[in-house]
Design a protein around this ligand. Structure first.
Ligand SMILES: NC(=O)c1ccc[n+]([C@@H]2O[C@H](COP(=O)([O-])OP(=O)(O)OC[C@H]3O[C@@H](n4cnc5c(N)ncnc54)[C@H](OP(=O)(O)O)[C@@H]3O)[C@@H](O)[C@H]2O)c1
Length: 229
């Protein structure tokens, strides 16, 4: 049997990250899945896939926590790194009405934190592997018609940071992806969102697997359609 591909998924306690973890286990990957705190939901997946799932701990907002995870995983090789974690605050507010700290928190968790982790983990991602982060359709400056202003800005910042990261590595053999999953019913997406996790996540995983081994930066939706930056 060929060795399993390994994926590191950041932010797997619930919602899309938990579903991604289960889906990659089902598709025969070895999954290292991180949470900030014990997660009964992730434990339940681990019981069903004991040979495939490794639980780890990291808080994306804490540089020391990210560095500690990096040290624990030194010597490992990742085929795919997927930073899923994200937060949304003050979603109906604007720059003048939102608490300033909400915007700063989102910038840290949605933009700076993911890129800091990606830069630190880059050396352990295989030369033809994949480096990906969960963005959003709302992060498209071209397409956003005025929704979730502050959250959207932090996803646009994430997209820009990935673009700069990729531009500095023009000959890199890895796929670099910012992925927009659609509006999905999770704690963040809310009950009014268009799609269920079950509808959306298999398509996200299809897109990740399809792009795996295809060098270059792409901003794609769950159907692998290219989105305008
Ligand atoms: N749902 C949607 O409609 C939608 C649409 C577009 C994009 N997205 C993006 O998809 C990703 C997942 O969203 P979701 O809907 O699954 O949200 P969710 O249900 O709120 O889950 C968010 C996940 O991120 C983790 N997280 C938050 N802060 C973290 C930190 N500082 N360090 C590490 N992990 C942290 C959470 O862990 P804890 O349990 O410890 O809080 C949780 O696992 C996010 O990046 C989000 O922006 C979602």
């Amino acid at each position: 049997m060929p060795p399993k591909n390994t994926i590191l998924i950041i932010g797997a306690s619930r919602g899309l990250g938990l579903a991604l973890t289960e889906a990659f286990c089902q598709r025969g990957w070895h999954v290292i899945a991180t949470t900030r705190a014990p997660s009964a939901a992730l434990d339940e997946v681990a019981q069903r896939f004991p040979a495939s799932l490794e639980a780890e701990r990291v808080d994306l907002a804490e540089a020391t926590s990210v560095q500690a995870l990096r040290e624990r995983l030194s010597g490992r090789s990742l085929d795919m790194l997927f930073v899923n974690a994200g937060i949304a605050k003050s979603i109906t507010a604007t720059a003048s009405t939102a608490p300033q700290q909400d915007f700063l928190d989102m910038m840290l968790v949605n933009a700076l934190g993911p890129m800091r982790l990606i830069e630190l983990f880059e050396p352990v991602v295989a030369p033809h592997g994949t480096i990906a982060a969960m963005s959003s359709e709302l992060g498209s400056i071209t397409q956003n018609s005025g929704a979730w202003d502050l959250y959207a800005s932090t996803k646009a910042a994430l997209n820009m940071l990935m673009k700069c990261f990729a531009a500095r590595r023009p000959h890199d053999g890895r796929a670099m992806l910012v992925v927009a999953p659609g509006w999905i019913r999770t704690d963040m997406g809310g009950d009014e969102a268009t799609y269920s996790i079950e509808e959306a996540i298999p398509r996200v995983v299809d897109t990740l697997e399809k792009n795996h081994g295809r060098p270059g930066l792409r901003y794609v939706d769950r159907f692998d359609a290219t989105l305008p930056w």
